[in-house]
Design a protein around this ligand. Structure first.
Ligand SMILES: [Zn+2]
Length: 59
Protein backbone atom coordinates (compact mmCIF):
# COMPACT_ATOMS: atom_id res chain seq x y z
CA UNK A 1 0.00 0.00 0.00
CA UNK A 2 1.26 3.43 -0.89
CA UNK A 3 2.24 5.53 2.00
CA UNK A 4 3.16 9.18 2.05
CA UNK A 5 5.46 10.72 4.59
CA UNK A 6 6.90 14.07 5.39
CA UNK A 7 9.59 15.24 7.79
CA UNK A 8 9.89 18.84 8.93
CA UNK A 9 13.66 18.74 8.79
CA UNK A 10 13.48 18.12 5.04
CA UNK A 11 12.28 21.67 4.53
CA UNK A 12 14.94 23.11 6.78
CA UNK A 13 12.86 23.35 9.94
CA UNK A 14 14.56 22.32 13.15
CA UNK A 15 11.99 19.78 14.15
CA UNK A 16 12.09 16.01 14.39
CA UNK A 17 8.45 15.48 13.61
CA UNK A 18 7.53 12.95 11.00
CA UNK A 19 4.03 12.79 9.60
CA UNK A 20 2.65 9.95 7.54
CA UNK A 21 -0.62 9.00 5.98
CA UNK A 22 -2.14 6.65 3.45
CA UNK A 23 -3.09 9.35 1.02
CA UNK A 24 -1.79 12.76 0.14
CA UNK A 25 -4.88 14.68 1.14
CA UNK A 26 -4.78 13.16 4.61
CA UNK A 27 -1.06 13.85 4.80
CA UNK A 28 -1.54 17.53 3.93
CA UNK A 29 -4.18 17.76 6.61
CA UNK A 30 -1.83 16.27 9.19
CA UNK A 31 0.96 18.59 8.09
CA UNK A 32 -1.22 21.65 8.47
CA UNK A 33 -2.35 20.52 11.92
CA UNK A 34 1.25 19.98 12.93
CA UNK A 35 2.25 23.37 11.50
CA UNK A 36 -0.44 25.01 13.60
CA UNK A 37 0.24 23.25 16.85
CA UNK A 38 4.01 22.92 16.71
CA UNK A 39 5.07 25.91 14.64
CA UNK A 40 2.27 28.37 15.30
CA UNK A 41 1.71 28.54 11.55
CA UNK A 42 -1.97 29.24 10.97
CA UNK A 43 -1.64 29.19 7.23
CA UNK A 44 0.99 27.56 5.11
CA UNK A 45 2.13 30.05 2.50
CA UNK A 46 2.74 29.15 -1.15
CA UNK A 47 6.53 29.02 -0.89
CA UNK A 48 6.40 26.70 2.09
CA UNK A 49 3.77 24.61 0.37
CA UNK A 50 6.09 24.13 -2.61
CA UNK A 51 8.86 22.95 -0.30
CA UNK A 52 6.49 20.57 1.42
CA UNK A 53 5.33 19.12 -1.90
CA UNK A 54 8.93 18.44 -2.86
CA UNK A 55 9.77 16.91 0.49
CA UNK A 56 6.90 14.46 0.53
CA UNK A 57 8.11 10.90 0.15
CA UNK A 58 6.09 8.10 -1.26
CA UNK A 59 6.88 4.66 0.05
ZN1 LIG B 1 7.55 20.36 12.77
Amino acid sequence: MAKFSFECKDIGVQCNAKVDAEDKRQLMQKISEHAKSAHNMQNIDKETMKKIEKAIKKA
